[in-house]
Design a protein. Sequence first.
Length: 164
Amino acid sequence: MNIKTENFQDPRGEYRRVCPYCLQTFIASHMNRFYCPEKNGKKNFCKNRQKRLVDELRKCGIELERPERPPLKLFFEPSVKNFRNIDEEIQDILLNRKIKILEKVLGELDSEIISWKGLQNLGFTIDDYDIIIENEHGTRSPVYKNIQLIWLEENKVKIIKLVN
């Protein structure tokens, strides 16, 4: 018996998942599915991309800790990043993932203060920003789409939604 995901009914929401790779919500056809069943017309697209990304990070010497549920936590940031095998599509997906994490922290607010460790625990890393601007404190801040990060202290970050 083959159940298609789009026809699957889950009245109690037990099978609702957030893909750890693309952060999109989907309904899994069974409890063991943690990645999107299909993306871009390819079966297990997100699962295969995530596995390839994890393998590349391990080759670079980055140790990973798998949380109870996604997203993947990265605890070591290499000083030199080597993305020679990651194409622009993956970089865009990673940037969109960071933007989704920041939007999730902000919610309906225009600004929010969070610990850097708390932001990292959500799977956020500081790389792959759109631009860097000088903030009101005279320091440089990365901007992701329309969201700016300002370092307040060693472990405190202010997230601000910029007005266009």
